[in-house]
Design a binder for this molecule. Structure first.
Ligand code: PHE
Length: 461
Protein backbone atom coordinates (compact mmCIF):
# COMPACT_ATOMS: atom_id res chain seq x y z
CA UNK A 1 0.00 0.00 0.00
CA UNK A 2 2.77 2.40 0.78
CA UNK A 3 3.48 4.72 -2.08
CA UNK A 4 7.07 4.27 -2.92
CA UNK A 5 9.18 4.12 -5.98
CA UNK A 6 11.50 1.50 -4.71
CA UNK A 7 13.55 3.93 -2.67
CA UNK A 8 13.00 4.89 0.92
CA UNK A 9 10.92 7.85 -0.17
CA UNK A 10 8.22 8.88 2.29
CA UNK A 11 4.66 8.67 0.97
CA UNK A 12 0.95 8.44 1.87
CA UNK A 13 0.06 5.33 3.83
CA UNK A 14 -3.25 4.82 1.98
CA UNK A 15 -5.56 6.14 -0.70
CA UNK A 16 -7.80 7.74 1.92
CA UNK A 17 -4.80 9.49 3.42
CA UNK A 18 -3.93 10.98 0.02
CA UNK A 19 -7.49 12.15 -0.60
CA UNK A 20 -7.80 13.69 2.86
CA UNK A 21 -4.43 15.40 2.59
CA UNK A 22 -5.25 16.78 -0.86
CA UNK A 23 -8.64 18.00 0.31
CA UNK A 24 -6.91 19.41 3.38
CA UNK A 25 -4.55 21.31 1.12
CA UNK A 26 -7.38 22.62 -1.05
CA UNK A 27 -9.80 23.53 1.72
CA UNK A 28 -8.45 26.41 3.72
CA UNK A 29 -8.51 30.15 4.18
CA UNK A 30 -9.11 30.30 0.44
CA UNK A 31 -12.58 28.90 1.00
CA UNK A 32 -13.42 30.42 4.34
CA UNK A 33 -11.91 33.85 4.13
CA UNK A 34 -10.89 34.59 0.55
CA UNK A 35 -13.91 33.17 -1.30
CA UNK A 36 -16.57 35.12 0.64
CA UNK A 37 -14.40 38.24 0.39
CA UNK A 38 -13.84 37.87 -3.36
CA UNK A 39 -17.53 37.11 -3.96
CA UNK A 40 -18.45 40.22 -1.97
CA UNK A 41 -15.99 42.46 -3.79
CA UNK A 42 -16.86 41.13 -7.22
CA UNK A 43 -20.63 41.36 -7.21
CA UNK A 44 -21.92 38.13 -5.64
CA UNK A 45 -23.87 35.71 -7.87
CA UNK A 46 -22.22 36.33 -11.25
CA UNK A 47 -18.78 35.82 -9.71
CA UNK A 48 -19.94 32.64 -8.00
CA UNK A 49 -21.34 31.18 -11.21
CA UNK A 50 -18.23 32.02 -13.23
CA UNK A 51 -16.11 30.62 -10.42
CA UNK A 52 -17.90 27.28 -10.65
CA UNK A 53 -17.41 27.33 -14.42
CA UNK A 54 -13.65 27.89 -13.90
CA UNK A 55 -13.41 25.04 -11.41
CA UNK A 56 -15.03 22.55 -13.80
CA UNK A 57 -13.42 23.52 -17.10
CA UNK A 58 -10.04 24.85 -16.02
CA UNK A 59 -9.39 23.86 -12.43
CA UNK A 60 -10.34 20.21 -12.69
CA UNK A 61 -8.31 19.39 -15.85
CA UNK A 62 -5.30 21.22 -14.41
CA UNK A 63 -5.73 19.41 -11.09
CA UNK A 64 -5.60 16.05 -12.84
CA UNK A 65 -2.57 17.20 -14.85
CA UNK A 66 -0.72 18.26 -11.72
CA UNK A 67 -1.32 15.04 -9.81
CA UNK A 68 -0.33 13.05 -12.91
CA UNK A 69 2.85 15.06 -13.35
CA UNK A 70 3.69 14.50 -9.72
CA UNK A 71 3.21 10.76 -9.81
CA UNK A 72 5.13 10.34 -13.03
CA UNK A 73 7.97 12.40 -11.67
CA UNK A 74 8.15 9.93 -8.83
CA UNK A 75 8.65 7.12 -11.34
CA UNK A 76 11.35 9.43 -12.70
CA UNK A 77 10.20 9.00 -16.30
CA UNK A 78 9.94 12.62 -17.44
CA UNK A 79 11.85 13.82 -14.39
CA UNK A 80 13.12 16.96 -16.12
CA UNK A 81 9.59 17.95 -17.05
CA UNK A 82 8.38 17.61 -13.53
CA UNK A 83 11.40 19.44 -12.24
CA UNK A 84 10.86 22.46 -14.45
CA UNK A 85 7.23 22.79 -13.46
CA UNK A 86 8.06 22.31 -9.80
CA UNK A 87 10.87 24.86 -9.77
CA UNK A 88 8.90 27.63 -11.40
CA UNK A 89 6.13 27.05 -8.92
CA UNK A 90 7.97 26.56 -5.65
CA UNK A 91 8.62 30.28 -5.44
CA UNK A 92 4.90 31.09 -5.57
CA UNK A 93 4.16 28.64 -2.77
CA UNK A 94 6.93 30.29 -0.77
CA UNK A 95 5.33 33.72 -1.28
CA UNK A 96 1.84 32.49 -0.46
CA UNK A 97 2.78 30.71 2.76
CA UNK A 98 4.39 33.91 4.01
CA UNK A 99 1.16 35.92 3.97
CA UNK A 100 -1.08 32.89 4.57
CA UNK A 101 0.38 32.47 8.04
CA UNK A 102 -0.32 36.13 8.76
CA UNK A 103 -4.02 35.37 8.28
CA UNK A 104 -3.52 32.17 10.29
CA UNK A 105 -2.29 34.46 13.06
CA UNK A 106 -5.57 36.45 12.95
CA UNK A 107 -7.42 33.19 13.38
CA UNK A 108 -5.35 32.31 16.45
CA UNK A 109 -6.03 35.75 17.89
CA UNK A 110 -9.78 35.28 17.45
CA UNK A 111 -9.61 31.87 19.11
CA UNK A 112 -7.96 33.63 22.02
CA UNK A 113 -10.55 36.43 22.11
CA UNK A 114 -13.55 34.10 21.95
CA UNK A 115 -12.08 31.70 24.49
CA UNK A 116 -11.66 34.63 26.87
CA UNK A 117 -15.22 35.70 26.17
CA UNK A 118 -16.63 32.24 26.75
CA UNK A 119 -15.05 32.26 30.19
CA UNK A 120 -16.61 35.62 31.10
CA UNK A 121 -19.93 35.45 29.23
CA UNK A 122 -20.73 31.78 29.62
CA UNK A 123 -22.39 29.37 27.26
CA UNK A 124 -25.93 30.57 26.85
CA UNK A 125 -26.04 34.22 25.83
CA UNK A 126 -24.75 36.13 22.81
CA UNK A 127 -21.05 36.81 22.51
CA UNK A 128 -19.53 39.79 24.33
CA UNK A 129 -22.54 40.30 26.53
CA UNK A 130 -22.96 43.82 27.81
CA UNK A 131 -20.10 45.20 25.79
CA UNK A 132 -20.87 48.07 23.46
CA UNK A 133 -20.66 47.98 19.72
CA UNK A 134 -17.67 50.29 19.40
CA UNK A 135 -15.65 47.97 21.57
CA UNK A 136 -16.59 44.90 19.54
CA UNK A 137 -15.94 46.60 16.24
CA UNK A 138 -12.61 47.66 17.63
CA UNK A 139 -11.31 44.08 17.94
CA UNK A 140 -10.06 43.73 14.39
CA UNK A 141 -8.66 47.27 14.01
CA UNK A 142 -7.04 46.73 17.40
CA UNK A 143 -5.32 43.62 16.09
CA UNK A 144 -4.36 45.14 12.74
CA UNK A 145 -3.03 48.27 14.40
CA UNK A 146 -0.65 46.35 16.62
CA UNK A 147 2.52 45.24 14.90
CA UNK A 148 3.40 43.21 17.97
CA UNK A 149 0.16 41.19 17.95
CA UNK A 150 0.22 40.69 14.18
CA UNK A 151 3.80 39.46 14.14
CA UNK A 152 3.34 37.24 17.18
CA UNK A 153 0.23 35.58 15.71
CA UNK A 154 1.98 35.07 12.42
CA UNK A 155 5.09 33.53 13.98
CA UNK A 156 3.13 31.21 16.24
CA UNK A 157 1.07 29.94 13.31
CA UNK A 158 4.22 29.55 11.25
CA UNK A 159 5.94 27.59 14.01
CA UNK A 160 3.01 25.15 14.20
CA UNK A 161 3.14 24.71 10.42
CA UNK A 162 6.88 24.06 10.51
CA UNK A 163 6.47 21.51 13.26
CA UNK A 164 4.25 19.30 11.11
CA UNK A 165 6.25 19.73 7.91
CA UNK A 166 9.38 18.76 9.80
CA UNK A 167 7.79 15.49 10.84
CA UNK A 168 7.42 14.45 7.22
CA UNK A 169 4.71 13.19 4.91
CA UNK A 170 3.22 10.16 6.62
CA UNK A 171 4.00 11.17 10.22
CA UNK A 172 3.23 14.88 10.07
CA UNK A 173 1.25 16.06 7.07
CA UNK A 174 -0.94 13.01 6.87
CA UNK A 175 -1.58 13.05 10.60
CA UNK A 176 -2.84 16.64 10.47
CA UNK A 177 -5.15 15.88 7.56
CA UNK A 178 -6.65 12.66 8.84
CA UNK A 179 -7.49 14.15 12.23
CA UNK A 180 -8.37 17.70 11.40
CA UNK A 181 -10.31 17.39 8.14
CA UNK A 182 -13.12 15.15 9.45
CA UNK A 183 -13.43 17.41 12.50
CA UNK A 184 -13.57 20.38 10.17
CA UNK A 185 -16.47 18.97 8.15
CA UNK A 186 -18.57 18.23 11.21
CA UNK A 187 -18.03 21.74 12.58
CA UNK A 188 -18.73 23.41 9.25
CA UNK A 189 -22.07 21.72 8.73
CA UNK A 190 -23.13 22.42 12.31
CA UNK A 191 -22.24 26.12 12.19
CA UNK A 192 -23.84 26.60 8.78
CA UNK A 193 -27.16 25.19 9.98
CA UNK A 194 -26.87 27.47 12.98
CA UNK A 195 -26.10 30.53 10.80
CA UNK A 196 -28.87 29.91 8.30
CA UNK A 197 -31.49 29.41 10.97
CA UNK A 198 -30.36 32.08 13.44
CA UNK A 199 -28.96 34.68 11.04
CA UNK A 200 -29.99 36.32 7.80
CA UNK A 201 -30.48 33.15 5.73
CA UNK A 202 -32.75 34.46 2.98
CA UNK A 203 -30.69 37.54 2.34
CA UNK A 204 -27.62 35.36 1.92
CA UNK A 205 -29.25 33.06 -0.60
CA UNK A 206 -30.42 36.00 -2.70
CA UNK A 207 -27.01 37.61 -2.50
CA UNK A 208 -24.95 34.57 -3.44
CA UNK A 209 -27.23 33.12 -6.08
CA UNK A 210 -28.79 35.99 -8.02
CA UNK A 211 -26.86 36.60 -11.19
CA UNK A 212 -26.18 40.01 -12.68
CA UNK A 213 -24.04 39.36 -15.72
CA UNK A 214 -23.23 43.01 -16.35
CA UNK A 215 -20.94 42.60 -13.38
CA UNK A 216 -18.78 40.05 -15.20
CA UNK A 217 -15.88 42.31 -16.27
CA UNK A 218 -12.44 40.96 -17.31
CA UNK A 219 -11.15 41.87 -13.84
CA UNK A 220 -13.94 39.91 -12.17
CA UNK A 221 -13.21 36.96 -14.46
CA UNK A 222 -9.51 37.07 -13.60
CA UNK A 223 -10.40 37.27 -9.94
CA UNK A 224 -12.57 34.15 -10.36
CA UNK A 225 -9.83 32.21 -12.15
CA UNK A 226 -7.28 33.29 -9.56
CA UNK A 227 -9.63 32.24 -6.78
CA UNK A 228 -10.25 28.85 -8.41
CA UNK A 229 -6.49 28.19 -8.57
CA UNK A 230 -5.87 29.48 -5.10
CA UNK A 231 -8.64 27.38 -3.68
CA UNK A 232 -7.67 24.18 -5.51
CA UNK A 233 -3.99 24.72 -4.63
CA UNK A 234 -3.06 24.84 -8.32
CA UNK A 235 -0.31 26.58 -10.22
CA UNK A 236 2.12 26.41 -7.31
CA UNK A 237 3.04 22.75 -7.60
CA UNK A 238 1.03 21.94 -4.48
CA UNK A 239 -0.79 19.10 -6.14
CA UNK A 240 2.31 18.06 -8.07
CA UNK A 241 4.05 17.58 -4.75
CA UNK A 242 1.15 15.72 -3.14
CA UNK A 243 0.68 13.63 -6.31
CA UNK A 244 4.31 12.60 -6.12
CA UNK A 245 3.61 10.86 -2.81
CA UNK A 246 0.65 8.97 -4.32
CA UNK A 247 0.73 5.24 -5.01
CA UNK A 248 0.13 3.64 -8.40
CA UNK A 249 -3.12 2.07 -7.24
CA UNK A 250 -4.86 5.44 -6.98
CA UNK A 251 -7.25 6.46 -9.76
CA UNK A 252 -6.20 10.08 -10.25
CA UNK A 253 -9.13 11.01 -12.49
CA UNK A 254 -11.68 10.02 -9.87
CA UNK A 255 -9.62 11.44 -7.02
CA UNK A 256 -9.33 14.83 -8.74
CA UNK A 257 -13.10 14.89 -9.14
CA UNK A 258 -13.55 14.21 -5.43
CA UNK A 259 -11.05 16.89 -4.43
CA UNK A 260 -12.56 19.57 -6.67
CA UNK A 261 -16.13 18.77 -5.60
CA UNK A 262 -15.26 18.81 -1.92
CA UNK A 263 -13.38 22.08 -2.24
CA UNK A 264 -16.17 23.81 -4.15
CA UNK A 265 -18.81 22.50 -1.79
CA UNK A 266 -16.86 23.90 1.15
CA UNK A 267 -16.50 27.31 -0.53
CA UNK A 268 -20.23 27.51 -1.17
CA UNK A 269 -21.10 26.25 2.30
CA UNK A 270 -18.62 28.76 3.75
CA UNK A 271 -20.53 31.50 1.92
CA UNK A 272 -23.76 30.20 3.42
CA UNK A 273 -22.09 30.03 6.80
CA UNK A 274 -20.42 33.44 6.88
CA UNK A 275 -22.75 35.83 5.06
CA UNK A 276 -25.75 35.27 7.38
CA UNK A 277 -23.60 36.35 10.29
CA UNK A 278 -22.26 39.32 8.32
CA UNK A 279 -25.77 40.40 7.32
CA UNK A 280 -26.96 39.92 10.88
CA UNK A 281 -24.19 42.26 12.04
CA UNK A 282 -25.18 44.86 9.45
CA UNK A 283 -28.84 44.52 10.43
CA UNK A 284 -27.89 44.96 14.07
CA UNK A 285 -26.47 48.35 13.09
CA UNK A 286 -22.78 47.66 12.53
CA UNK A 287 -21.22 50.83 11.28
CA UNK A 288 -18.34 50.69 8.89
CA UNK A 289 -19.27 47.32 7.46
CA UNK A 290 -20.23 46.45 3.94
CA UNK A 291 -20.10 43.19 2.07
CA UNK A 292 -17.86 44.79 -0.56
CA UNK A 293 -15.34 45.90 2.00
CA UNK A 294 -11.77 44.86 2.60
CA UNK A 295 -10.98 41.16 3.08
CA UNK A 296 -10.35 41.43 6.79
CA UNK A 297 -13.94 42.56 7.20
CA UNK A 298 -15.21 39.00 7.15
CA UNK A 299 -13.62 38.53 10.51
CA UNK A 300 -14.60 41.96 11.76
CA UNK A 301 -18.28 41.23 11.14
CA UNK A 302 -18.42 37.98 13.03
CA UNK A 303 -18.14 39.18 16.64
CA UNK A 304 -20.90 41.77 16.09
CA UNK A 305 -23.15 39.24 14.38
CA UNK A 306 -22.54 36.66 17.07
CA UNK A 307 -23.44 39.10 19.82
CA UNK A 308 -27.01 39.03 18.58
CA UNK A 309 -27.13 35.26 18.23
CA UNK A 310 -27.70 32.51 20.83
CA UNK A 311 -24.61 30.77 22.27
CA UNK A 312 -22.53 33.39 20.44
CA UNK A 313 -19.33 33.05 22.40
CA UNK A 314 -19.27 29.28 22.09
CA UNK A 315 -20.08 29.30 18.37
CA UNK A 316 -17.44 31.99 17.79
CA UNK A 317 -14.80 29.90 19.51
CA UNK A 318 -15.73 26.75 17.62
CA UNK A 319 -15.89 28.66 14.35
CA UNK A 320 -12.36 29.98 14.64
CA UNK A 321 -10.97 26.65 15.81
CA UNK A 322 -12.52 25.16 12.67
CA UNK A 323 -10.98 27.87 10.48
CA UNK A 324 -7.65 27.23 12.17
CA UNK A 325 -7.82 23.49 11.35
CA UNK A 326 -8.52 24.20 7.68
CA UNK A 327 -5.79 26.83 7.54
CA UNK A 328 -3.21 24.50 9.06
CA UNK A 329 -3.79 21.66 6.61
CA UNK A 330 -3.24 24.21 3.81
CA UNK A 331 -0.26 26.06 5.25
CA UNK A 332 1.42 22.71 5.74
CA UNK A 333 0.83 21.92 2.04
CA UNK A 334 2.18 25.31 1.04
CA UNK A 335 5.36 24.98 3.07
CA UNK A 336 5.88 21.41 1.88
CA UNK A 337 6.28 22.59 -1.74
CA UNK A 338 9.45 24.70 -1.37
CA UNK A 339 10.70 22.44 1.43
CA UNK A 340 10.59 19.27 -0.65
CA UNK A 341 12.07 21.16 -3.58
CA UNK A 342 15.07 22.32 -1.52
CA UNK A 343 15.45 18.82 -0.10
CA UNK A 344 15.72 17.31 -3.56
CA UNK A 345 17.66 20.08 -5.17
CA UNK A 346 20.33 20.50 -2.49
CA UNK A 347 20.09 17.04 -1.01
CA UNK A 348 19.54 18.34 2.49
CA UNK A 349 17.66 16.65 5.30
CA UNK A 350 14.00 17.50 5.87
CA UNK A 351 14.95 19.23 9.09
CA UNK A 352 17.47 21.58 7.51
CA UNK A 353 15.25 22.32 4.56
CA UNK A 354 12.17 23.07 6.69
CA UNK A 355 14.19 25.38 8.90
CA UNK A 356 15.86 27.24 6.03
CA UNK A 357 12.76 27.66 3.90
CA UNK A 358 10.44 28.20 6.84
CA UNK A 359 12.49 30.89 8.53
CA UNK A 360 12.94 32.84 5.29
CA UNK A 361 9.24 32.68 4.46
CA UNK A 362 8.37 33.67 8.03
CA UNK A 363 10.62 36.71 7.62
CA UNK A 364 8.85 37.74 4.41
CA UNK A 365 5.56 37.27 6.27
CA UNK A 366 6.65 39.80 8.88
CA UNK A 367 6.63 42.47 6.16
CA UNK A 368 3.15 41.34 5.17
CA UNK A 369 2.06 41.63 8.81
CA UNK A 370 3.48 45.16 8.93
CA UNK A 371 1.34 46.15 5.93
CA UNK A 372 -1.55 46.72 8.29
CA UNK A 373 0.24 49.08 10.62
CA UNK A 374 3.81 50.41 10.45
CA UNK A 375 4.09 49.85 6.72
CA UNK A 376 0.56 50.71 5.68
CA UNK A 377 1.84 53.35 3.25
CA UNK A 378 4.35 51.13 1.49
CA UNK A 379 3.27 50.35 -2.09
CA UNK A 380 5.83 47.87 -3.47
CA UNK A 381 4.21 47.67 -6.92
CA UNK A 382 3.12 51.27 -7.37
CA UNK A 383 4.32 51.14 -10.98
CA UNK A 384 1.87 48.38 -11.97
CA UNK A 385 -1.61 49.86 -12.53
CA UNK A 386 -3.77 47.06 -11.07
CA UNK A 387 -1.48 46.69 -8.07
CA UNK A 388 -0.78 50.40 -7.62
CA UNK A 389 -2.75 50.63 -4.39
CA UNK A 390 -1.56 47.30 -2.98
CA UNK A 391 0.49 47.13 0.21
CA UNK A 392 3.01 44.30 0.72
CA UNK A 393 0.32 41.85 1.86
CA UNK A 394 -2.06 42.62 -1.03
CA UNK A 395 0.84 42.58 -3.49
CA UNK A 396 1.92 39.09 -2.42
CA UNK A 397 -1.67 37.88 -2.62
CA UNK A 398 -2.49 39.65 -5.91
CA UNK A 399 0.67 38.77 -7.80
CA UNK A 400 0.54 35.10 -6.86
CA UNK A 401 -3.18 34.55 -7.53
CA UNK A 402 -3.49 36.75 -10.61
CA UNK A 403 -0.15 36.17 -12.35
CA UNK A 404 1.94 33.31 -10.95
CA UNK A 405 -0.84 30.77 -10.46
CA UNK A 406 -2.36 31.17 -13.95
CA UNK A 407 1.18 31.11 -15.37
CA UNK A 408 2.07 27.99 -13.43
CA UNK A 409 -1.10 26.35 -14.69
CA UNK A 410 -0.34 27.30 -18.30
CA UNK A 411 3.10 25.69 -17.91
CA UNK A 412 1.58 22.53 -16.47
CA UNK A 413 -0.91 22.32 -19.37
CA UNK A 414 1.81 22.79 -21.94
CA UNK A 415 3.95 20.08 -20.34
CA UNK A 416 1.20 17.56 -19.89
CA UNK A 417 -0.60 18.34 -23.14
CA UNK A 418 2.32 18.86 -25.50
CA UNK A 419 5.72 17.95 -24.07
CA UNK A 420 5.32 14.84 -21.95
CA UNK A 421 4.94 11.57 -23.80
CA UNK A 422 1.20 10.97 -24.30
CA UNK A 423 1.73 7.31 -23.52
CA UNK A 424 2.87 8.22 -20.03
CA UNK A 425 0.20 10.69 -19.02
CA UNK A 426 -2.68 9.07 -20.88
CA UNK A 427 -2.55 5.53 -19.68
CA UNK A 428 -2.86 6.34 -16.03
CA UNK A 429 -5.26 9.20 -15.70
CA UNK A 430 -8.14 6.91 -14.82
CA UNK A 431 -10.36 8.35 -17.56
CA UNK A 432 -12.01 6.44 -20.38
CA UNK A 433 -13.61 7.24 -23.74
CA UNK A 434 -15.10 10.68 -24.27
CA UNK A 435 -14.05 11.89 -20.82
CA UNK A 436 -10.47 11.21 -21.75
CA UNK A 437 -10.86 13.03 -25.09
CA UNK A 438 -12.46 15.98 -23.33
CA UNK A 439 -9.67 16.19 -20.76
CA UNK A 440 -7.04 16.02 -23.48
CA UNK A 441 -8.70 18.81 -25.49
CA UNK A 442 -9.13 20.97 -22.41
CA UNK A 443 -5.50 20.58 -21.35
CA UNK A 444 -4.04 21.07 -24.82
CA UNK A 445 -6.15 23.90 -26.17
CA UNK A 446 -8.91 25.30 -24.01
CA UNK A 447 -7.15 25.83 -20.67
CA UNK A 448 -3.96 27.48 -21.96
CA UNK A 449 -5.85 29.74 -24.38
CA UNK A 450 -8.55 30.77 -21.94
CA UNK A 451 -5.93 31.40 -19.27
CA UNK A 452 -3.81 33.56 -21.55
CA UNK A 453 -6.82 35.62 -22.64
CA UNK A 454 -8.28 36.07 -19.18
CA UNK A 455 -4.94 36.90 -17.58
CA UNK A 456 -4.10 39.41 -20.32
CA UNK A 457 -7.42 41.24 -20.26
CA UNK A 458 -7.69 41.02 -16.49
CA UNK A 459 -4.30 42.71 -16.11
CA UNK A 460 -4.41 45.18 -18.97
CA UNK A 461 -8.01 45.33 -20.19
N1 PHE B 1 -5.94 26.02 -1.35
C1 PHE B 1 -5.56 26.61 -0.14
C2 PHE B 1 -6.73 27.42 0.41
O1 PHE B 1 -7.73 27.52 -0.19
C3 PHE B 1 -4.35 27.48 -0.29
C4 PHE B 1 -3.24 26.77 -0.97
C5 PHE B 1 -2.76 27.21 -2.18
C6 PHE B 1 -2.67 25.64 -0.40
C7 PHE B 1 -1.77 26.56 -2.85
C8 PHE B 1 -1.64 24.96 -1.05
C9 PHE B 1 -1.18 25.42 -2.26
O2 PHE B 1 -6.64 27.99 1.47
Amino acid sequence: MVASSGSARDGWSSRTAFILAAIGSAVGLGNLWRFPAEAGQNGGGAFVLFYIFCVIFIGLPVLLSETLLGRHGQASAPESVRRMAAESNALSAFMIVSFYCVVGGWVLYYVYVFAGDLVTTGLAGGAFEGRDRAEIEGILPGLFGSARLMITGHLVFFAITMFFVMRGVSQGIEWVATWLMPAFFVLLVGITLYGLTSGAGMETLTYLFSFDFTKLTPQVMLAAVGQAFFSLSLGVAGMITYGSYAGRDINLGRTSGIIASADTAVALIAGLCIFPIVFAAIAAGATDLSVEGCPGLRFAALPGGLQAMPCGAFIGLVFFIMVGFAALTSSVALLEVPTSWVMERFETSRMVSTLGVGLSAALLGIFAALSFNEWSDVRPLAFVPIFAEANVFDALDGVTAKIFMPLGAILTCVFVGWVAEPRLVDTENGLNGWLHQLWRALVRYVCPLVLIVITFFGLFG
